[in-house]
Design a protein around this ligand. Structure first.
Ligand code: FMN
Length: 382
């Protein structure tokens, strides 16, 4: 039986993922902060965006291509940065990079990945974006940018919505430490998931490989805390201006929900704005990102590229974000549910599911081009 029959939707991949990886890895991937209302509310708000199908349009092969920051993509979505993907599935970063190269869509490597720009750059081809958690020290910032650039990553993404660590209550309950430490509980948990455990055994415990060269600087500051948090700072608009000076290629600011913040970032040199609530992992009291998207589009006008992520679970969700003002969409958990369920094959299947759903829904709407989607919105959603 094919995956299309057993796992026709992202939710099916999520169910299998939960059974296939250790409890702590599932908690890491799926959890959000607090009561998780920001994550669930983002999903519910997307469901509320409705379209009116147009009859007698005879659309059978809609065009899924998109243009973003001077590049053409065959699909209107790519992969959002997910720190420690390698904890979700062994070798995840390299698998996603290869998939992105094959599909011709962007893959954003996280600063806190379990791999390095040097290793991932060899696989990602033309599709590499690098996500920066802003190091406080300019020398470390410059070194990370240099490594990313030399490894072939052309677009830099500054994450602006993590001014400080969030509490991540579910991770505390799951006893997941960062850096990960083996305890009798985690070993037992892992032993029950042999495919995951064997894959990790052959690679070593996943760690923050990109940041390893700077670990000594962090330790010198007298703490044993997670090197990622020790190195990063809370960025302000001056930080963005300095980064603009330091990075010549396209620069994206990620984690924007307020229209004024979006305008300020563009004024300081951002080439694109990435609307996101970080998958609900930072602040449980914010608005649904999809509701902020049209406000941000209106504040920026039609020409500034806007990217959307958060709670994308179907091709229809991608169409919803595009209809409400996004030029491009990024997926975080959805493709990782595929990875955790079936490794590289599962991630590719997640992309297939999203593509097939978009195609079917565009035909249903009688919409031949993504640019025409706003005209299909039902009145209440606009
Ligand atoms: C497990 C996990 C780790 C993440 N790590 C990062 C990260 O390192 N950097 C970052 O900018 N965003 C990170 N994010 C946020 C994603 O880039 C993205 O905003 C979010 O996953 C979108 O929501 P979705 O997962 O519902 O699609 C992470 C998200 C998840 C689920």
């Amino acid at each position: 039986m094919s995956l299309d029959q057993t796992h026709p939707a992202i939710a099916d991949l999520a169910r299998t993922a939960r059974r296939r990886i250790p409890h702590f890895a599932w908690e890491y991937l799926h959890s959000a902060v607090g009561e998780e209302t920001a994550r669930d509310g983002a999903e519910a708000a997307l469901d509320g965006v409705r379209f009116v199908p147009r009859a007698l349009r005879a659309v059978t092969q809609p065009d899924l291509s998109a243009r973003l920051m001077g590049r053409d993509y065959p699909l209107p979505f790519g992969f959002a940065p997910v720190g420690m993907s390698g904890l979700v599935w062994p070798g995840a970063e390299e698998m996603l990079a290869r998939l992105a190269a094959r599909e011709g869509v962007p893959y954003t490597l996280s600063t806190v990945s379990a791999s390095t720009p040097e290793k991932v750059g060899r696989r990602v081809g033309e599709q590499g974006w690098f996500q920066l958690y802003p190091p406080g020290q300019p020398e470390i910032r410059d070194d990370l940018c240099r490594r990313a650039r030399e490894a072939g990553f052309h677009t830099l993404v500054l994450t602006a919505d993590v001014p400080a660590p969030s509490r991540r209550e579910r991770l505390r309950r799951a006893r997941l430490s960062n850096p990960m430490r083996l305890t009798p509980r985690t070993v037992l948990d892992a032993a029950r998931r042999p495919a995951w455990a064997l894959g990790q055994l052959s690679r070593g415990i996943p760690s923050l490989e990109t940041l390893a060269p700077y670990a000594r600087t962090a330790q010198a500051r007298g703490s044993t805390e997670h090197v990622g948090y020790l190195l990063r700072c809370a960025p302000d608009i001056d930080y963005l201006r300095a980064l603009r000076q330091a990075w010549e290629g396209p620069l994206v600011v990620k984690g924007i929900l307020d229209p004024e913040g979006a305008q300020a970032a563009v004024a300081a040199g951002a080439d694109a704005i990435w609307v996101s609530n970080h998958g609900g992992r930072q602040f449980d009291g914010g608005p649904a990102p999809i509701r902020q998207l049209p406000l941000i589009r209106a504040a920026l006008g039609p020409d500034v590229p806007v990217i959307y992520d958060s709670a994308i679970r179907s091709g229809l969700d991608i169409l919803r974000a595009l209809a409400l003002g996004a030029d491009f969409v990024m997926v975080g958990r959805a493709v990782h549910y595929g990875l955790a369920a079936f490794g590289a094959v599962g991630a590719a299947h997640a992309v297939h599911v999203l593509r097939e759903q978009m195609t079917a829904d565009l035909c249903q709407l009688g919409c031949a081009r993504l640019a025409d989607l706003p005209g299909h919105l039902a009145a209440a959603a606009g």
